[in-house]
Design a protein around this ligand. Structure first.
Ligand code: AMP
Length: 194
């Protein structure tokens, strides 16, 4: 069983690599951004609560996000591991995740993988995604704000896990295949993949 937190700035390729790692390791992917987008599309109460924050590039409040993650982590399919993409995004959320996991001894985080790329590369990938997908928060000014929110609120989470020797930073500036290989190498180095 392998449980991974995947972490990195907007546009770095978290969603793509979460999906690939989930398939390689045979574990479900829990993507908070994706859960929000499905709820917005389905016009659920959760979607209605989240949409204005997401469209402004702000974080959805913890009162909405944390119970959603807690409910998802209590589903039986995560007992054999999972990839968590997009959570925690703040130190407070990291503490809440620690508390959620402490309630269930069978679930532990094995490693935190941070995907890293320069802001120039993130902007290039945004331009590509804007041509291919229609995400309501993928406008240049909102995207830049999401990067700022990431630097201010989410980057300190990396230090939190580095202090516990749980963090591996993976260079994600190359193409998808190269980054996928680097991620698998990082997992192998920790004995989490063969
Ligand atoms: P993502 O798909 O990971 O880029 O997330 C898209 C948007 O969903 C973010 O810009 C936030 O508005 C919201 N979101 C996703 N995960 C979280 C989280 N852990 N806490 C608060 N908001 C989140």
């Amino acid at each position: 069983m392998t449980s991974i937190l995947l972490f990195g700035p907007p546009g770095v390729g978290k969603g793509t690599h979460a999906k690939r790692l989930g398939e390689t390791l045979g574990v479900p992917v829990i993507s908070t951004g994706q859960i929000f987008r499905s709820n917005i599309e389905g016009e659920t109460e959760l979607g209605k609560l989240a949409v204005s924050y997401i469209d402004r590039g702000e974080l959805v409040p913890d009162t909405v996000t944390v119970p959603m993650v807690q409910a998802r982590l209590s589903a039986p399919d995560v007992d054999n591991g999972f990839i968590l993409d997009g959570f925690p995004r703040t130190i407070e959320q990291a503490h809440m995740l620690r508390d959620i996991l402490a309630e269930d001894e069978s679930v532990n985080i094995d490693v935190v993988l941070e995907l890293d790329a320069s802001e120039d590369i993130l902007m290039q990938r945004l331009a590509k995604r804007m041509r291919e997908e229609q995400r309501s928060d993928d406008h240049e000014d909102i995207f830049r704000h999401r990067i700022d929110v990431y630097r201010q609120r989410t980057e300190p989470v990396a230090t939190y896990y580095a202090d516990q020797d749980m963090l591996d930073v993976v260079d994600a500036s190359g193409d998808i295949e190269l980054t996928a290989e680097r991620l698998i190498s990082a997992l192998k180095a920790r004995g989490l993949a063969s």
